[in-house]
Design a protein around this ligand. Structure first.
Ligand SMILES: [Zn+2]
Ligand SMILES: [Zn+2]
Length: 186
């Protein structure tokens, strides 16, 4: 059998799906339910899925006339740092994926760019870009340990939720406060 195109995908890579079991008859369907280790840099600067953490794939591959439609959810743990108080954040991210991968020489293949719509490469589908995009979109760019996190005291760095509500450096700063008051009255 001659391959339509050479593939550089590794069929054993955790986010590469093998479509050989899926009949190329529109409507045919296969479930892909498995746990795989997360690839590197699945996230943004402050928060992301740790490399090697377990990603839970709950997907289905469906034959359509132009290719293979992959849909379902990907769930995994996320670890990050609160942008206000720098505490570690542990959370879970769950994203919905719905991507069409076009067969080589299908109309979709001929009329779209590869970065718009993925391709079935040989018998394989590289799910990683779609999962990465979905996870990055789902993560906050400024993660917080909780919405109302008060952050750190700008004077001493104490966690403001661990010190008395009247925590203040006013006494030390009394003279400065007086100066500041004079300044505003100028
Ligand atoms: Zn915080
Ligand atoms: Zn303080």
């Amino acid at each position: 059998m001659q391959r339509e195109q050479t593939t550089h995908l590794n069929p054993r890579s955790p986010l590469v799906l093998d479509t050989r079991d899926l009949p190329r008859r529109p409507g045919a369907m296969r479930k892909v339910v498995r746990d795989v280790p997360a690839p590197e840099s699945l996230g943004v600067e402050m928060i992301g899925v740790p490399v090697g953490a377990t990603l839970d794939l709950d997907l289905r591959m469906e034959s359509v006339s132009e290719g293979v439609l992959v849909s379902g959810t990907v769930t995994g743990p996320v670890e990050g740092e609160c942008g206000r108080c720098l505490r570690t954040i542990n959370d879970t991210v769950s994203v919905t994926v719905q991507e069409l991968y076009a067969y080589p020489h299908s109309i979709t293949d001929e009329t779209t760019d590869e970065d718009e719509i993925g391709r079935v490469q040989g018998d394989l589908i590289d799910l990683e870009p779609a999962v990465r995009d979905a996870v990055v979109l789902a993560l906050p760019t400024n993660p917080l340990c909780r919405d109302e996190c008060p952050g750190l005291c700008p004077e001493c760095g104490a966690h403001l939720d661990e010190v008395p509500a009247d925590h203040s450096h006013q006494q030390v700063d009394a003279r400065w406060a007086a100066l500041a008051k004079l300044k505003t009255e100028e």
